[in-house]
Design a protein around this ligand. Structure first.
Ligand code: MG
Length: 288
């Protein structure tokens, strides 16, 4: 059996007044959400997404991750409609979970927006998700180069997010878990400030995931810290080495999970145990 060794760090950065990123972790599940919208809106939207992903992962299958996104989208739209202060709020969401498939255990993942998931295998870093952003669309159409995208003034514009329309399109993926692989989920406040080579170097040289997440955040702040920064690492380990029990039978009726709060303080919430898979989609990658 496989498990996750999890570490997470979030930081307001040096330019923003509030941290609108949220993350959530549970046995065999990690989530990052980057909220947008004035005043409280963004932080409320990202927290809803993080929590809904955890709550809906009651069966360890890919469909549960997709359902989590759909429920979060619904809730964000409803709460924004009910409270003028929250009008127009939205969020990205990216998540990775241990799921059950016909022939055993797999990794399931979803993505909406421009938060990212990377995988480090040995010294090779791959970006596993495609950004749903204006600049990514322009690169795909050949109108700008990837290098131009990195400094484009409109690189913050997302083309997909939760809280915008009733039926959100969700990218979903399957991966084969491999002991020693390291997955990184992060908000754009990380990769807009830190180049891929530096991210790969930190991930490849810092074995302790807690230290690695802190170093990633520090590098983003050194790079400018113009946005909130969130980095969550899930190392693929054996179930015995996991941060928290990952085997379905090892989970009690209820499980404690950690959900970040916009203040940077961590709240603890109780949710039903996570547990439920489907179809892969994999995109462009690079090697350092
Ligand atoms: Mg951001």
């Amino acid at each position: 059996m496989f498990g996750f060794r999890i570490a997470a760090a979030t930081h307001i950065g040096v330019a923003r007044q509030i941290n609108q990123d949220s993350y959530a972790t549970a046995p065999g599940l990690v989530v990052v959400a980057d909220g947008m919208g004035g005043h409280r809106g963004g932080e409320v939207a990202s927290a809803i997404a993080a929590k809904e992903m955890i709550h809906r992962f009651d069966l360890p299958v890919l469909d549960a991750l997709v359902a989590g996104v759909e429920h979060a989208n619904r809730r964000i739209l409803d709460e924004a409609a009910a409270d003028p202060n929250l009008h127009g709020m939205g969020t990205t969401v990216v998540a990775l979970g241990l799921i059950e498939v016909e022939d055993g255990v797999a990794l399931g993942a979803i993505n909406v927006g421009d938060s990212r998931m990377y995988r480090l295998t040995g010294n090779v870093l791959e970006q596993l998700t495609e950004d749903h952003s204006l600049v990514e669309a322009l690169v795909r159409e050949g109108r700008i180069t990837p290098a131009e995208a990195e400094v484009h003034p409109q690189r913050n514009i997302v083309t997909r997010a939760l809280g915008v329309i009733e039926h959100v399109e969700v990218d979903s993926f399957h991966f084969v878990p491999k002991i020693g692989d390291r997955y990184l989920l992060c908000s754009d406040g990380l990769f807009n400030e830190v180049d891929a080579h530096t991210i790969a170097t930190i991930l490849a040289t810092e074995a302790d995931p807690d230290v690695a997440t802190e170093k990633l955040v520090a590098a983003a702040n050194q790079g400018g810290g113009r946005d909130n920064i969130t980095a969550v690492i899930a190392d693929i380990v054996t179930a015995d080495e996991a941060s928290m029990p990952s085997k379905p039978e090892a989970l009690a009726n209820r499980t404690v999970v950690e959900v970040s709060e916009p203040t940077n303080e961590h709240a603890t919430v109780i949710v039903d145990e996570p547990l439920q898979g489907a179809v892969p989609k994999q995109r462009w990658s690079w090697r350092r």
